[in-house]
Ligand binder design. Structure first.
Ligand code: BGC
Ligand code: BGC
Length: 843
């Protein structure tokens, strides 16, 4: 196998290029630091005196309000006028008026309204301008029509921090054009274990490479009277098993060596805010750690800006709740992201200061920092509302052609070529090309999480004006004599010359994207099946992999002749095609290099606790079209993941593909459950998103009291494509339907769990007693033997709806996990209860 040769070249290239760039970047940082000190000395006195003067005018309530950041869905302009919050935010998937298609004008109007209200002293506000924070993490991604830049992992693959700096500046312009002031980026996480759902928000697994991006990005983001945030301090990417919000177990010096340099660079570059990490360090939540937030960050690293808490992050500190956490304030949190429970938090905190639980001096320090940030961002000296400041940007800044061109450039520089046997690439414009794979013509999928919605799900092509898919890009390159066909399923009548299979992950964000192992084919078997089918029929395959993480793709590498890692390119899909058709050695030839190692295994053969240690391709690897390297023989396809338990997961943090959660109203009309809440057409049943262990990982189901409709509305999981599933062979007895739930209001009438198998084929189990005996308001597990459903008439060989929950009366419960699995130790499956009750006919 010729790989090692290639690895050597890749590694050398990386080492040289990266090393040189890093040295330059460091020299620049030192220069900046010296400059910074000089500037600070001259301006600090004036700055602090001004802050003193403002502080002296504020009441305790006004000070605490400066420290609060509610979410626009849960706070009104009138609340702003009354309390004078220091900041507001819009979370992922939150828009003015709840309108995903809100125009720049709508964003500006809301920004102006909050701003004007903050300056209005008539009702209680201190008259200090509010700042609006937003997650513009790959462009201004909550805004319809914005340029969607590739996610950070792709920027890491460009090894080009200067380009990332230009992107940051363009992002800041789009943010300014929509009226926001504060950008929750860059993520400077060092993603150690790609099982982490936020791997794509990280530039690299190498601290040096991450650090090289920090200063240009911070400076770019702060170039438009906008405020940047380095996040998430500290160790977010180092948690055990790559668990989001998990525990990073390291001695302090190692923590600082691996996860600290990004913050040092950010501080040197003048970053105004830093966000605390949800994660723990050696078992203690960072949000409650005075050692990390005050001693390390503020004292040792010299950070004099604002430490902002993450979304309800204070509530995760031991003995705290979302509206009560003196520990976090005392530990060093200055601004509190308390999206919903801000009113209670305000009251509690004011009282805690009165009771000396929080020293007055700590409050004064926090507010001083907040004012310092507003002053440094130029907001205290600029009396113009956001719309007036936005007017400085050229018309059409959001989604501007120049920004799209920059994004396209980044896409082209980020693609990593892992394999190109027989020089299958570049594609020939006169060839007959079959474009296949589920992501070929899907802008939402190629954009990933943090795209219009928090998870990046629920979007369709119409949600992306001005964007292009990868297929559309390929189309543009095909010339006369050539031919291009789009067939996501890979079917064809006439055999094509080549197939481009664009495949990959469904979008996700944060903990929802955590995975137990790195095998792509285990999660998406249909991708591999498609590639193999084409290969078996003698069609050369170019695999284009859309992914937020390095994955174990040995089977897919074997099933393709050429393999391109395209990461999450964003709105400019056509730029992917530019590289597929590039001339060898030309401007668009592949330049991307792996910013993280590509795993040799799906899991650590020694056990699943650690990240996979062995790399198939190291950091810095990436072929060019001029390289004549073949990878063969075939790569080892043995999977090491813990012999994956036989299970069919319907819901784990969210509905798991291929299952989709639906509400069926009393008339049998199904409707897809959407965040944050869905109400059945007859208003008898509501499903709301709830937080259990991480955000949005549970669903609260509420049936209203019986109003006589029958059948009653229900919740069900069904196959997205309406396919029939065989549970017969996959689940030898004994297996169970297992639910993790919590009952708030016990059922007032019979509740049934049903399984369906097509027309007239169904079986139900009565669970009324189980729910009635549920422990009051605490979580518990229920396991119903699969056999019960079979005994009630279900044909397990052709299940259409594995779970259908219906209640004949009022019921209020929250569900966090639903799966069908083999029985395991510790289970206490219920006996199959009275069958007669449960076989009632229904729609
Ligand atoms: C994320 C942050 C983000 C915040 C606001 C949190 O869940 O961890 O990165 O800035 O939400 O949306
Ligand atoms: C919210 C998002 C937010 C995210 C932060 C979710 O519960 O719906 O808007 O960005 O939490 O973690």
């Amino acid at each position: 196998m010729t790989l090692p040769v290639k690895i050597a070249r890749g590694a050398r290239t990386a080492g040289v290029a990266c090393g040189a760039k890093l040295r330059l970047a460091r020299a620049f940082l030192v220069f900046l630091a010296i400059q910074g000190v000089a500037l600070a000395a001259a301006s600090d006195v004036g700055e602090e005196a001004r802050i003193d003067a403002i502080l002296a005018t504020l009441t305790l309530e006004q000070k605490v309000a400066q420290m609060i950041q509610p979410e626009i869905r849960d706070v009104s302009v009138e609340d702003q006028r009354r309390y004078g919050f220091g900041s507001v935010l819009n979370g992922g998937g939150s828009f003015p008026g709840g309108d995903k298609h809100a125009s720049p004008g709508d964003w500006l109007a809301l920004a102006d309204a909050f701003y004007d209200a903050s300056l209005d002293r008539s009702q209680g506000s201190a008259g200090i301008p509010v700042i609006w924070g937003t997650d513009a993490v790959h462009g201004h991604n909550n805004v319809y029509g914005a340029t969607l830049f590739p996610h950070n992992i792709a920027l890491g693959a460009t090894f080009n921090p200067a380009l990332a700096g230009l992107i940051a500046e363009a992002t800041a312009r789009e943010v300014r054009a929509a009226g926001q002031d504060w950008i929750f980026a860059p993520t400077v996480a060092v993603a150690v274990d790609p099982r982490w759902g936020r791997t794509y928000e990280s530039f690299s697994s190498q601290p040096d490479l991450v650090t090289s991006f920090v200063a240009p990005v911070v400076e770019g983001l702060q170039s438009q009277q906008t405020i940047a945030t380095a996040k998430h301090f500290i160790g977010d990417g180092g948690t055990r098993r790559g668990e989001d919000q998990g525990d990073t177990v390291l001695p302090l010096d190692e923590l600082l060596r691996i996860h600290g340099p990004g913050y040092e660079a950010a501080i040197e570059a003048g970053v105004l805010t830093i966000m605390a990490s949800f994660s723990s360090w050696n078992g203690q939540k960072v949000h409650g750690s005075r050692q990390l937030l005050t001693e390390v960050l503020k004292e040792d690293m010299g950070f004099d800006g604002v430490v902002v808490s993450d979304w309800n992050g204070i509530g995760q500190v031991r003995y705290c709740s979302n509206d009560d956490c003196a520990q976090a304030i005392n530990a060093g949190i200055d601004m509190v992201m308390v999206p919903e429970e801000w009113k209670a938090f305000l009251d509690t905190t004011v009282q805690q200061v009165r009771d000396d639980v929080i020293p007055q001096a700590r409050i004064d320090d926090a507010v001083r920092r907040i004012l310092r940030v507003k002053l440094r961002a130029g907001l205290l000296d600029d009396p113009r509302p956001p719309s007036a400041r936005a007017a400085e940007q050229p018309v059409g800044t959001i989604g501007a052609p120049a920004h799209r061109a920059l994004a396209a450039d980044a896409v082209r520089q980020s693609l990593v070529l892992l394999k190109n046997n027989d020089e299958l690439l570049p594609l020939t414009p006169t060839a007959d090309i079959l474009v296949a794979g589920s992501v070929a013509n899907d802008i939402a999928r190629q954009s990933g999480g943090w795209t219009l919605s928090w998870q990046g799900t629920g979007n369709s092509q119409e949600d992306f004006p001005g964007a292009t898919s990868i297929f559309q890009g390929i189309q543009q390159h095909v010339m006369s004599g050539g031919r291009v066909r789009l067939r996501p399923d890979g079917a064809y009548e006439e055999k094509p010359d080549v197939a481009v299979v664009v495949f990959g992950e469904e979008p996700y964000a944060e903990g929802v994207g955590d995975v137990a192992h790195l095998s792509h084919s285990a999660r998406y078997p249909e991708d591999l099946a498609l590639m193999r089918r084409l290969q078996e029929n003698g069609v050369p395959v170019v695999g284009v992999f859309i992914t937020g993480r390095p994955a174990w793709t040995n089977p897919e590498l074997n099933a393709s002749d050429a393999f391109v890692v395209a990461w999450l390119p964003g709105s400019e899909g056509d730029a992917v095609a530019d590289v597929l058709f590039a001339s060898p050695g030309g401007e668009y030839d592949f330049r991307g290099q792996l910013p993280m190692p590509w795993p040799a295994h799906d899991a650590d053969p020694a056990g699943a606790a650690d990240a996979v240690p062995a790399a198939l391709f190291p950091v810095g690897y990436g072929l060019q079209l001029t390289d004549r390297i073949s990878i063969d023989p075939a790569l080892d396809e043995t999977a090491h993941g813990e012999a994956s338990p036989v299970e069919e997961v319907l819901f784990d943090r969210r509905s798991q593909p291929p299952w989709s959660m639906m509400i069926v109203d009393g008339k049998g009309r199904p409707q897809r459950v959407r965040a944050p809440r869905t109400l059945s057409a007859d208003r008898q049943l509501g499903v709301e998103v709830r937080d259990y262990q991480v955000q949005e990982d549970a669903r609260r189901l509420r049936w209203s009291p019986a109003t006589g409709t029958d059948p009653r509305p229900a919740v069900q999981w069904q196959h997205v494509d309406g396919k029939v599933t065989d549970l017969q062979d996959s689940f030898p007895d004994p297996a169970v339907v297992a639910l993790h739930l919590r009952v708030h209001d016990k059922p007032a009438a019979p509740v049934e769990l049903e399984m369906r198998c097509g027309d007239g084929c169904a079986g139900a189990v009565d669970v009324t007693d189980i729910l009635q005996q549920a422990p009051a308001s605490s979580w518990f597990d229920v396991q119903i033997p699969l056999r019960c459903f079979r005994e009630r008439g279900v044909d397990l060989g052709r299940v259409t709806i594995p779970l259908f929950i219906r209640s004949a009366g009022a019921l209020d419960m929250t569900i966090a996990d639903v799966r069908i699995r083999e029985i395991r130790a510790g289970d206490s499956p219920r006996v199959c209860t009275d069958a007669s009750k449960a076989t009632r006919e229904h729609s």
